[in-house]
Design a binder for this molecule. Structure first.
Ligand code: HEC
Ligand code: HEC
Length: 290
């Protein structure tokens, strides 16, 4: 039996002729604007398929007649960026860190580049921003073990410190006064008290007096008469409150008994020359540069 189409009395609309248990279905057509929009989207997609890359095929994909390729566009833009960087890198390659520092624009580029290289290569030891941590020295202050001029910093970065990889690495070794039997425990206690009197923390004046002679004989040649330190030998200043290996009495005694001999890897050969210069300028600019 064909479906019976009739007018619904309440709404005045036609029914579809379907009826279930006395419930009839109204025939409500889609609004015209919606239908046309729908057709428009179909036409749009067909046009898109023709113009732009769209369908995967066994060997690749349909390329589209416009020849648009976003991957190529990205590559072009990257190449542009590299070319722009290249201009700066060439200048950095040709100049010394001091000359880079004297050129405000170049300095800005080098600082940003140095900061990025520092985060990847140096922060694991020296902490973010060169704040220092554990036995790795802070690079933000003006306390320098090996010197804080641009030349000193560049040398420390290029060759590293007490490593076996670079024959030009900075090297100077504090003797193991206790472990090698140069001083006994009592003498180490005395010289520690003498060292502490500079920062006003000595607790035993008799020991300070005994320690003075020991210090002059065994320590002053590296750490200086007045504990001022000596960057040429990498001997830290002892007359202030900054301690790489800890300022507690036991920690200072432990260092004198058997020094730690901190090691830093060389970066020449691992990082480009330009990167090392940028790092030099960056570290120098962290606050303590001389
Ligand atoms: C594996 C750990 C380690 C890494 C990585 C490292 N350093 Fe060092 N660095 C050290 C240690 C340890 C010292 C101190 C050595 C000593 O006792 O004299 C040091 C010292 C320095 C000094 C001399 C500080 C002074 O007071 O004279 C500079 C400058 C320096 N590092 C810069 C860098 C830069 C820049 C990088 C990244 C390219 C870097 N370091 C990566 C461990 C590290
Ligand atoms: C040959 C040079 C040399 C002599 C001699 C020497 N030192 Fe050192 N001293 C160093 C160096 C280099 C360091 C750097 C630390 C390291 O990595 O071992 C250092 C580090 C230290 C430190 C740790 C400083 C810190 O910031 O934590 C103390 C303390 C110290 N020396 C005390 C002494 C005393 C006391 C004597 C004499 C009994 C002495 N040193 C003799 C070279 C020397």
């Amino acid at each position: 039996m064909p479906a019976k189409i009739e007018k619904d009395e309440l709404s005045g609309m036609e029914t579809t002729g379907h009826e279930w248990d006395g419930i009839k279905e109204l025939n409500t057509p889609l609004p015209k604007w919606w239908v046309y929009l729908f057709y428009a989207t179909i036409l749009f997609s067909i046009a898109w398929w023709i113009l732009y890359p769209a369908w995967p095929s066994l060997t690749g994909y349909t390329k589209g007649v416009l020849g648009s390729n976003q991957r190529l566009e990205v590559e072009e833009r990257l190449a542009e960026g590299r070319a722009r960087q290249q201009k700066w890198l060439e200048q950095i390659a040709a100049k010394s860190p001091a000359e880079i520092r004297a050129d405000p624009e170049l300095l800005r580029f080098a600082t940003v580049g140095g900061q990025a290289a520092f985060a990847t290569n140096c922060a694991p030891c020296h902490a973010a921003g060169g704040a220092g941590q554990g036995f790795f020295p802070a690079l933000v202050d003006d306390e320098w073990i090996w010197g804080g001029t641009l030349e000193d910093i560049e040398y420390s970065i290029r060759h590293g410190i007490r490593n076996v990889d670079d024959p030009q690495a900075r090297a100077s070794v504090m003797p193991a006064f206790g472990a090698d039997g140069i001083l006994d425990r009592a003498q180490i206690r005395d010289v520690t008290q003498f060292v502490l009197q500079w920062s006003g923390r000595a607790t035993d004046q008799a020991a300070v007096a005994r320690g003075a002679a020991l210090y002059a004989e065994h320590c002053a040649s590296c750490h200086g008469e007045n504990g001022e330190g000596m960057t040429a030998l990498g001997a830290p200043r002892l007359s202030d409150a900054i301690w790489l290996y800890g300022g507690k009495v036991e920690q200072i005694e432990a260092q004198i008994w058997r020094p730690r001999h901190g090691v830093m890897p060389p970066w020449q050969g691992r990082l480009s020359d330009e990167t090392i210069k940028m790092l030099t300028v960056y570290v120098h600019g962290l606050g303590g540069g001389q």
